[in-house]
Design a protein around this ligand. Structure first.
Ligand SMILES: C[S@@+](CC[C@H](N)C(=O)[O-])C[C@H]1O[C@@H](n2cnc3c(N)ncnc32)[C@H](O)[C@@H]1O
Ligand code: SF4
Length: 440
């Protein structure tokens, strides 16, 4: 799958391919030859103590038709136990390195898959094990992703007891017809039940994930979902636009002719735009191309926006997870057996790495921070000694002409049209050799 070329007109039809940008340079430029760069980074004491932690949990009850994550459905508790052991052992392996000395862990994120697939006992063992190995006294935010049918009060209480501050519930839609057509296990009632339980367990920070462009979605069912979500008043709503990937059952269905055409890209943008408008009318603030926040004054996103998108360091554990230490990106092996085997034999399960040049570090922050819809010119001047208006003059001029962006008051700010298309615009800020190449 290739990254779109700079300023190429986004496609209309939802065809197979990547669109979402989660990091820069593209993963396809990371390689095994650069793993020594990570080892070198690990041998140095940290110049700054701040660190975030990502833990990948690749298990789910069912595989949804559109999902492109590497997930393992219906695995036995013994397999999950084996995985938790490996994650804890992986952290053990990192501990002796100077790079982990005196660290201040700021935020933790459990992503998947569905971390809520773990039993409450496994949640306790995993969190306790991590806390015994890394000091959690300064953790400001700990997020746990949940798939609604796997949520129980017991699990949520275990999370609360062990310091989780936020749950992110994968709703995707509040239409039973759409959920069924998407191969979701959850129905509307499961989503609402999970939300009620999260409140009952005392969570005051709940994010709901929605997905625009699922099979059988109509403008009407989409707006009904948005209205129902507004009625629940979660602290945050995250809306993705559906990507169609080669490894999904949905793509297989389209190819075989058993699945009709999916909502187009302009339709998805329109739906997200409508959703943002409704959320704004209900008092929410749009915090990025994906996120609406109920109380921006008290809501923070330490892990992503404050830390990782600003070049902060991230220790990543688990199969296929990616991290970043001193300007070196790395990603773990993405096969379960290989991951477990590598960790058991005492070898770090890193599959590929990439040391960033100064130029790439700057571009990475431009790319990732543009997802928030606004770049502060002074920030880049003081951190990189660069005036981004001059450096990216051709890109900014073109985007201004297309009414995607405005440059004013010391900022580069996306218009709403720009924000809804943000992932299509970002490759324009890549180095020329990274445009039009495979992303993953
Ligand atoms: C790893 S999932 C975590 C939630 C949980 N597994 C669930 O689905 O309920 C993170 C989010 O990725 C999004 N996602 C999954 N597949 C996607 C796709 N093909 N295109 C865009 N977003 C997708 C969904 O909104 C999902 O909630
Ligand atoms: S969308 Fe969520 S629940 Fe569905 S298969 Fe993917 S990770 Fe699992």
């Amino acid at each position: 799958m290739t990254t779109p070329s700079p300023f190429s007109t986004p496609p209309v039809e939802t065809t197979v391919g990547n669109y979402f940008v989660s990091n820069y340079p593209p993963f396809s430029t990371w390689n095994e030859d650069q793993i020594p760069g990570l080892q070198e980074a690990l041998s140095r004491p940290p110049p700054h103590p701040d660190l975030c932690l990502y833990v990948h949990v690749p298990f789910c009850q069912e595989r949804c038709r559109y999902c492109y994550f590497r997930v393992y459905p219906r695995r036995q508790p013994q397999t999950v136990d084996l995985y938790i052991d490996a994650v804890l052992r992986e952290l053990e392996m990192y501990r002796p390195f100077p790079a982990l000395e005196g660290r201040r862990l700021k935020a933790v994120y459990f992503g998947g898959g569905s971390p809520s697939y773990l039993t409450s006992g496994q949640i306790r063992r995993c969190l306790r094990g991590l806390q015994e190995r890394l000091p959690w006294t300064e953790v400001q935010e700990c997020t746990f992703e949940c798939e609604p049918t796997t949520v129980t009060l017991e699990k949520l209480q275990a999370l609360k007891d062990l310091g989780a501050t936020r749950v992110s519930l994968g709703f995707q839609s509040l239409s039973d017809r759409v959920l069924e057509a998407s191969g979701r296990r959850a129905r509307v009632e499961d989503c609402l039940r999970a939300y009620r339980l999260a409140r009952k367990a005392g969570f005051q920070e709940i994010n709901l994930d929605l997905l625009a462009g699922l099979p059988d979605e109509t403008a009407e069912s989409w707006m009904e979902t948005i209205e129902a979500v507004v009625g629940l008043a979660p602290e945050c709503v995250t809306i993705y636009q559906l990507e169609l990937t080669y490894n999904s059952r949905l793509f297989a269905g389209l190819r075989a002719g058993s699945q009709g055409a999916l909502p187009s890209w302009p339709t998805k943008r329109q739906w997200v735009g409508d959703a943002f408008r409704n959320l704004e009318e209900a008092g929410y603030t749009i915090g990025s191309g994906y996120m609406a926040i109920r109380n921006p004054g008290s809501w923070r996103f330490v892990y992503t926006v404050e830390h990782f998108w600003h070049g902060g360091e991230l220790l990543a554990l688990g199969e296929s997870s990616f991290g970043h230490l001193y300007g070196v990106h790395y990603q773990n092996v993405d096969q379960f057996v290989e991951y477990i085997g590598r960790v058991k034999s005492g070898r770090l399960p890193v599959r590929r790495a990439r040391r960033l040049s100064a130029e790439e570090k700057l571009r990475r922050e431009v790319v990732l921070l543009l997802k928030t819809g606004i770049l502060q010119i002074d920030y880049f001047r003081s951190k990189f000694n660069v005036d981004i208006r001059e450096k990216f003059e051709p890109q900014l001029r073109r985007l201004q002409e297309e009414k995607m962006l405005v440059v004013e008051d010391g900022t580069v700010a996306l218009t709403r049209a720009g924000l809804l298309s943000v992932d299509w615009l970002l490759p324009g800020f890549y180095l020329p050799e990274h445009r039009g190449i495979r992303y993953t």
